[in-house]
Design a protein around this ligand. Structure first.
Ligand SMILES: [Zn+2]
Length: 59
């Protein structure tokens, strides 16, 4: 079992058995070989930053 992904920004935990299919909307990023997750809300809020490849420290 892998631990449940946690949003790297707000700390929300992903719930894999969500009936809304919300878990599928999570965004996985690879940064310097490390895996990072963003919950749907944070992903939406920062989609521009993600697309611009800004470092997360800039948020
Ligand atoms: Zn979040």
């Amino acid at each position: 079992m892998t631990p449940a992904p946690v949003c790297s920004r707000c700390g929300a935990q992903r719930v894999d058995d969500s009936p809304t299919g919300e878990a599928l909307a999570w965004v996985r990023e690879q940064e310097r070989g490390r895996e990072r997750w963003l919950c749907p809300d944070c992903a939406r809020a920062h989609v521009r930053d993600i697309e611009a490849k800004l470092p997360t420290e800039y948020w």
